[in-house]
Design a protein around this ligand. Sequence first.
Ligand code: SF4
Length: 710
Amino acid sequence: KPEAARGETRSTCCYCGTGCGLIIEHAAGRITGVRGDPDHPANFGRLCTKGATLHLTSGTAGRALYPELRTSRDAPRVRTDWDTALDTAAGRFADIIREHGPDAVAFYISGQLLTEDYYVFNKLARALVGTNNIDSNSRLCMSSAVAGYKNTLGADGVPASYEDLALADHLLIAGSNTAWAHPVVFRRIEDARRANPDLTVTVVDPRRTETAEFADLHLQIAPGTDLLLYNAMLHVLVWEDLLDRDFIREHTDGFDALRAELVEYSPGNVAAACGVDAADIIEAARRFGRAGAALSMWCQGLNQSHHGVANNAALIHLHLATGHIGRPGAGPFSLTGQPNAMGGREVGALASILPAHRDPRSAEDRAEMARLWGVESIPEAPGLAAVGLFDAILEGKVKAVYIACTNPAQSLPDLTRVRDALEKAEFVVLQEAYADTETAEFADLLLPASGWGEKSGTVTNSERRVTRVRPAIAPPGEARPDWAITADFARRLATRLGKPESSFDFADEAAVFAEHVSLTRGRDCDMSGLSHAVLEAQGPLQWPFPAGAVTGTPRLFTDGVFPTADGRARFAKVGFPTRHAPLPEPVTARRPFILTTGRLRDQWHGMSRSGKVAQLWGHTPRAEIAVNPVDLVRRGLDAGQLVRVIGERGEIVLPLATDEGVAPGQAWIPMHWGAATLAHAGANVLTSKAVDPVSQQPALKQAAVSILPA
Ligand code: SF4
């Protein structure tokens, strides 16, 4: 329960996956300040601009305060009570399930939910409704990394920790502007270089970002050529015999088959396509191969690609080939975008995973989950991943959607289509802390949820560290915790479907967590030794943390044993796509610019929270499209003028800016604006719904556009 009087409450930042601990200062039911938690191992007291201004987002501006319901699409939503709201939702869902089957409904949730929230949603979808149609906005963020880990290391486990930054002597940062998107991680990188001037840093990014400026080698590759680059680096490692042959022989399979494919990936062969010098590729490979301990960090540049899984696998291959894994300072380390995408992956709240990294395609895993949840079966039909889910709504196959803590009308690609889908849906439930998001305009039922500073539960950050999230104040109006709303809905739905409602009778969020961790026993992510009480007593802890453990696990695979059937890691699983494929939307004479999208330093995702802080607008006050100055001259355009940015799916109007960090022939737009925030300014009006064939993650990083005077 939140503390009523003046006080301080330890919790976490609700923005990025760095997972910084913070102390919330509050008085008389209001949040008055925030500062970094000096004892939290993710940040040791540091916060970035976003975290340090979180207290300024507290208050009722833009908040959803009461349940609101509309009885027809032409009518406005009006305030209602919780019983009417949840009974209406349960009734509509039950009717649709009875008439059209369980796959006619879907749940689309969020990496910003707490683990307990996530858990209840997943159990609702799979065990009660009987559908795998539950996906998360983590699909847009980390699903290629999940599949990349699973297909090489055997399970979705980030092998390294932040402490490895101080122990590495080479750092490869790929597709991540860490300085802006994970600023506190970047401070630790700066610390590491100060402590060890011999630390070498290679950055791979199509844009010369602040992170790239920090590197001593920047490979400014052409968008979509990551796979060529990492295969070429592996080619060099083979050619120059920089391999750890003992590690390959004793702990991996598949190297010989992959090596045969590498012949065509010489630096000379790929340099032109990558847009970098062959000598730089060779240098990058040598630094990696010759390092005593090499750590790689990556984010959306690799993941949001038409072959994002292969990008991930190719980077992980470099570690397996050189033995840079399972040792201090070494390992592949994907940076989680959202604060609790990792918790959602543990809980299994993505269409493609079941709790504790089980696989919905496995009959054995489904049977085990059915037994653990006490239901007859877990559905076999594959669930719809984000892009496909909204396609199915548009096609009328999914008739009702329950959206929680996310803003698909801003964040999904090909936004016009997504908005059409939400118009077409028979019933849209939105469970949200904010009533002013782009998605809210489509909601038939708005359920007000607690937000940052008001919630209790847990999150897991990029380094597998589970931290208690504690409430400092009560939520405003009639807002309630997400897990409690969902459990209430589930009980009402169970009654209507003639199923027992008792499996959603959780006493509190600690009981939800206890049930969640009980399902992890014996799994790669075993956290059966964790509980809210243990986290209260010991502070944040890294999994695995099996029953009886006394400390967390900073590093995975230290014994060279991987969570595969034979304990060996894999190079390029048979049938796994390892080959480079051209961009799904190549430039043409009509669309001559490659558009890439990215993040600003001081904004977060759709800005529903960060956009309310005046100070955070000082860094970048408006959306712009940035091109190289050379292109201004070539196209006869002027900096500052309004331009039409025209793609295959729509167009937006933006001021034109120049940035020498953007390569000639490319353009860059920040991804934070949505179509309703600033008329027609959203980058996702332009992005394509092309997805990676394995992970179904959309290739949000690339589209072909033309730029014309407005
Ligand atoms: Fe929050 Fe991320 Fe900034 Fe830390 S680095 S304060 S988690 S936004």
